[in-house]
Design a protein around this ligand. Structure first.
Ligand code: BEZ
Length: 216
């Protein structure tokens, strides 16, 4: 299945380190980062899972739940969690799916047989509370992902869902944002009371409206 942006993330049943789940029910009203890693007891994966565990407070602030997946067994996941604590100093605090029959991996296109015939590559799906896929990423097995970048994208998605803006290159929370070209200057005056600077008629920067939103 070739899942694309704005597709509904397929529902599934899974055995996880936190017990059996039905994905949509588990996700509830949260945003979700669903990510696959190739294999338990491997070095890059060990660092990634430690990093995701460390980011839990950042995920919670944004209403995000993380869930990992590999084709290894639950038993292996549980044993590996001890290594993650020992080497990364982090308790596994999110579920990992044991997709031993590879049903979910196939459903989400996490197997790239020309890259590896048996094990999943490093895919990521960011899924919104309406279960729509909002970001997809595929990394090779040898390259660990940057989970701070995923937080940055979620910040952008949550902001751009609520205001008529988009976020420029390398944007981080607090930086200027771009007023959507579809917004007339007259409407921009109402929506962006702090004003804007225009480099071109289609390139108008305004202060990050996040504070205005949270203080509304
Ligand atoms: C790793 O996690 O280190 C890894 C896993 C599979 C292939 C290459 C690296």
């Amino acid at each position: 299945m070739n899942l694309q942006l704005s597709d509904i993330a397929p529902d599934f049943f899974a055995h996880t380190t936190d017990g059996p789940i039905r994905f949509h029910e588990w996700a509830g009203d949260s945003w979700v980062i669903l990510f696959s890693h190739p294999k338990d007891f491997t070095p890059v994966c060990t660092t990634e899972l430690g990093a995701v565990a460390k980011l839990k407070p950042e995920f919670e602030t944004r209403g995000v739940k993380a869930i990992g997946l590999s084709v290894d067994t639950l038993d292996a996941h549980m044993q590996w969690a001890r290594d993650i604590l020992e080497t990364q100093g982090e308790e596994l605090n999110f579920p990992i799916i044991a997709d031993t029959d590879r049903v979910i991996a196939h459903l989400y296109g996490m197997l790239h047989p020309k890259h590896d015939e048996l094990y999943t590559v490093r895919t990521v799906f960011v899924i919104d509370p309406a279960k729509k896929i909002r970001l997809t990423l595929t990394y090779p097995q040898s390259t660990g992902r940057n989970f701070d970048e995923l937080l940055r994208v979620i910040d952008s998605l949550q902001l751009t869902d609520s205001c008529l803006v988009s976020t420029p290159v390398n944007w981080r929370q607090g930086d200027e944002v771009i007023i959507a070209p579809s917004v007339s200057d007259a409407l921009a005056k109402q929506k962006f009371p702090r004003g804007w600077r225009a480099q071109k008629s289609y390139l108008r920067f305004t202060p990050d409206p996040y504070e205005l939103l949270v203080n509304r």
